[in-house]
Ligand binder design. Sequence first.
Ligand SMILES: Nc1ncnc2c1ncn2[C@@H]1O[C@H](COP(=O)(O)OP(=O)(O)OP(=O)(O)O)[C@@H](O)[C@H]1O
Ligand SMILES: [Mg+2]
Length: 330
Amino acid sequence: MAKAEHLKKLIASFGRTQEFRTAALRIIDDAQQQGKKPLADSLRKILDANVRQGYQTSPQPGLTTLTSQIDPATDLIDAIEVTRGLGDIVLNTDGRQLIECIIEERRRSEELRRHRLPISARLLFAGPPGCGKTMCAEVVARELSLPLYSARIDVIISSFLGETASNLRRLFEFATRTPCVLFFDEFDALARTRADTGEHNELRRVVNSLLLMIERFKGPGVIIAATNLPQYLDEALWRRFDEIVSFEAPGEREISELLVRQFANFPANFELTAFVGKLTGMSYADIERICIDAIKKAVLKKRKSVSETEFAVALRQETRRKGLTSRRSQ
Ligand SMILES: Nc1ncnc2c1ncn2[C@@H]1O[C@H](COP(=O)(O)OP(=O)(O)OP(=O)(O)O)[C@@H](O)[C@H]1O
Ligand SMILES: [Mg+2]
């Protein structure tokens, strides 16, 4: 039976679509929590078929939105193409060891289960932009042969607050019945600390439900949350994750490795190591952009290799670009 207060809200919201939807979703949640899943599912179908939501679900560039209308979580995720594996990513020794360990654990999960050992299913990737958090989610999916779905945080955080917790529930149910890597980018947007003084009570409730959902999640897939603002995450969240992977800007060894990879198919005709010092402090994405720019310049000049001058020009352009973007963000 739905809670009386939710029924009252439903009747009071007559004529106001968004409010009606939220009140109806609360009633669906009630049914779900009371173990009446078939009733909850059929109510949701009726609601989705008759009461339209106020947000748009158009695909983002580079991402394929699932077209299937069958799964009730379709509007909350984007499918991401998976192409790159462990051999494509540069990681420091600790990072590589941790990621390889996680992959190995999942691949041999049956052996671990036989010994009643838990399997890591909840990962938190933290670190500055352009250092491989999203790429690593792709690598994990590829190595485990799982599809990769990115949670649409903008849609999940409904402008109509009551829907956020119920959207999250739908998403976690999806990840429980679908073997996949479910990626929560910009996780801090969802999991801001409950102590944030400016936060609405409702948001605090959302973080509480999120904590519970993460705690209860056991797979079959993997949940990966990523943030470049770990300081904003609610403290209680950290211990809900099985592993925390720190991504950092590349050191000298990683820069050299990245340069070798970037010029594997289109060579450089100068000593790459001479530039390692000048690239220190930049992210992997910045360095990758410099290499691609330099290669483009050489290709357009119809040359077979990149010269030191082309690389130096690309580096100067990137430094100028960074100067402009950092000034704009001040
Ligand atoms: N560790 C890495 N090894 C190899 N290439 C990398 C690495 N990190 C980043 N790149 C390159 O830079 C691109 C952008 O990096 P990515 O999107 O993974 O960064 P991110 O940490 O998720 O950043 P953000 O916090 O902005 O989301 C990648 O698609 C990849 O081409
Ligand atoms: Mg990212």
